[in-house]
Ligand binder design. Structure first.
Ligand code: SF4
Ligand code: FES
Length: 338
């Protein structure tokens, strides 16, 4: 008879859940859901060893565990910190964590161009959402920014290194989904950049998925570049007969035209089923697809709201009075700044 594994109790922003040992704080927060889930720019549950690079998921651990209740001295990356039994974590209820996230956002935006008006990722960009929620007006630094020329890596993918935040998701996706490793992060520190080895083109059957895992507009679909702003297109669930992948995709339609094809993603913007290059780039004719119906995009971003406003269900699942108090203060601050 198998022994039952004892679950750990963890409380995040006053909401308690039980998880298996080895679960990260971020995954425990996702189990609770709502606004207590920290944002994640580099962690991707479908990719092994992802996380620990961007620090957007910082949280405060106010109680280490039942056995050792001392708080952790510094903010921790929730995607890489495992829960302990009796742990208490503050995300939305921690001003320190909110301040830390603001600083990380400022840092991520230091070299990032403010080119949302001409970026294909606008409307579904995690950095845009992060900047909207935690960004500061203006800049405190004056120096020459790192700039790079846009590059075609392979027949289907455009790399705009200017926008890359070096989360490494694309490198992990390429390593874990395809048989050949042809690109990676070259150099170190602020010279680090994504590049193909020996100028090899990325032509593996599943390489198009790097576009979907990229949280910003650094990797975009060359077959759909500048075709339409994402909020002018209608996402529909569709399937096709495919021998290489599940054939389950989302078609982004403008009238009868298929502007772009992507994988289906969950509320954390993580791909549910990887799709092959043929489905993504070659099947732009509706004759290939059976349309199932409209795709509901369950993300708090422009793409699901269709406008730049706070979602109406902002306080959804915030039954903790401290969390509501902080969220209200946050909202007042934004209103006073407008
Ligand atoms: S190109 Fe995109 S996915 Fe790759 S490291 Fe840069 S930001 Fe991350
Ligand atoms: S999501 Fe945790 S460090 Fe990037």
């Amino acid at each position: 008879m198998s022994e039952e594994i004892k679950k750990f109790k963890v409380t995040i922003d006053g909401q308690t859940t039980e998880v298996l040992p080895g679960t990260s704080i971020l995954e425990a927060a996702r189990q609770i859901g709502g606004k207590s889930v920290p944002p994640a720019m580099c962690y991707y549950s479908k990719l092994e060893t992802s996380g620990g690079r961007c620090r957007t998921c910082l949280v405060e651990v106010s109680k280490g565990s039942e056995a050792d209740p001392r708080p952790m001295p510094k903010l921790v990356a929730s995607c890489r910190t495992g829960v302990m039994d009796g742990m208490e974590v503050k995300n939305l209820t921690s001003e320190k964590a909110q301040e830390g996230r603001k600083a990380v956002t400022e840092f991520l935006l230091i070299n990032h161009p403010l080119d949302c008006p001409i970026c294909d990722q606008a409307g579904e960009c995690h950095l845009q959402d992060l900047g909207y929620e935690h960004g500061v007006e203006g800049t405190r630094t004056e120096f020459e920014r790192n700039t790079y020329d846009a590059d075609d890596i392979g027949p289907y993918i455009k790399l705009n290194m200017n926008r890359c935040i070096l989360c490494a998701r694309c490198v992990l996706a390429a390593n874990q989904l395809t048989e050949k490793r042809e690109h990676g992060i070259l150099f170190r520190g602020d010279h680090a950049e994504i590049s193909t080895y020996l100028n090899k083109a990325l032509d593996n059957d599943f390489i198009g998925n790097v576009i979907d895992v990229c949280p910003v507009g650094a990797l975009t679909d060359r077959t759909a570049r500048f075709a339409s702003r994402v909020w002018f297109t209608k996402p529909v669930n569709a399937t096709c007969k495919c021998e290489k992948c599940s054939g389950k995709a989302v078609l982004w339609m403008k009238g009868d035209e298929i502007v772009r094809v992507t994988a289906r993603k969950d509320q954390y913007d993580e791909v549910q089923d990887w799709i092959c290059n043929e489905c993504r780039f070659e099947r732009k004719d509706p004759k290939y697809w059976s349309i199932e119906g409209p795709r509901h995009i369950d993300r708090h971003s422009v793409i699901s709201l269709n406008h730049y406003e706070k979602p109406k269900d902002y306080y959804r699942q915030l039954d903790n009075p401290d969390a509501i108090e902080i969220a209200k203060k946050d909202e007042e601050k934004i209103e006073n700044n407008n």
